[in-house]
Design a binder for this molecule. Structure first.
Ligand code: ADP
Length: 232
């Protein structure tokens, strides 16, 4: 397994937010975490990165126990993270934003990885543009490029299509599909668009109140289940 959580409870301060979560993400798969607002999706991402106060249970990355590893060691172990809102530095150029990612990789040269240029021709042509001048979709591409520059084995994406124009959502989806199916990168994402989740993912889990209430292969995500757990 690329990532495994066994009976993980994750705290902010003294409050348990995620509770007794079991999750297995096979190498090379795309795993989608679903649920209404406030159920703990972002907390799950942050838990995997080691960004909550503490956890109980066991978390392994690529077969290695990572339960008590600090965040930077998880990054070195191959976990890339694109937070909600993307965290792009608007005053820095496209190139500088991508280079930030290389500082978490083993590449001492800190160049822009060829894969980023190949995947995102627009970024390749605008390396010296200030990131703040890019559109939402272009900034999401930049966030993906920066995460790829860390040379991850598994990429966590928190709401990658949030706030992106509908016609660009498809483009982001195609990029993620390429990363997953052609390059073999394991993906874990949270997603509001059920259609995107269904088209991309191999597996899903639905959270409610910090607990996994449904999980399985994506074919088991029936309309009835969506209606029951995900309709507002
Ligand atoms: P989702 O991503 O599904 O919208 P979150 O993981 O952001 O949900 O939040 C889950 C719960 O954790 C919410 O009740 C929220 O108020 C709480 N929470 C989120 N971040 C913090 C924090 N830094 N400190 C304390 N509680 C938090």
């Amino acid at each position: 397994m690329m990532l495994e959580l066994q009976d993980v409870t994750s705290f902010y301060g003294k409050t348990p937010i995620l509770q007794n979560v079991d999750l297995s993400v096979p190498e090379g798969s795309c795993f989608c975490v679903l649920g209404k607002n406030g159920v703990g999706k972002t907390t799950l991402m942050r838990t995997i990165m080691g960004l909550t106060t503490r956890i109980t249970g066991k978390l392994s990355i690529a077969g290695q126990d990572a339960t008590s590893q600090p965040t930077y060691e998880r990054a070195i172990a191959g976990v890339g993270y694109i937070p909600q809102g993307r965290g792009i530095l608007g005053k820095f150029t496209v190139r500088e934003n991508i280079q930030l990612g290389t500082f978490a990789s083993n590449d001492a040269a800190h160049g822009v990885p060829p894969l980023c240029l190949e995947l995102f021709p627009y970024l390749a042509e605008n390396l010296d543009k200030r990131a703040g001048h890019l559109s939402g979709g272009q900034q999401q591409q930049l966030a993906i490029a920066r995460a790829l520059a860390t040379d991850p084995k598994v990429l966590l994406l928190d709401e990658p299509t949030e706030g992106i124009q509908p016609n660009i959502v498809k483009e982001i989806e195609l990029t993620l599909r390429r990363l997953n199916k052609e390059i073999g990168l394991t993906l874990i994402l949270t997603e509001q668009h059920i259609k995107v989740a269904r088209e991309l993912s191999d597996y899903f889990a639905v959270l409610e109140n910090g607990r996994v209430v449904e999980t399985g292969p994506i074919a088991a995500l029936t309309d009835e289940l969506v209606e029951r757990h995900l309709t507002i």
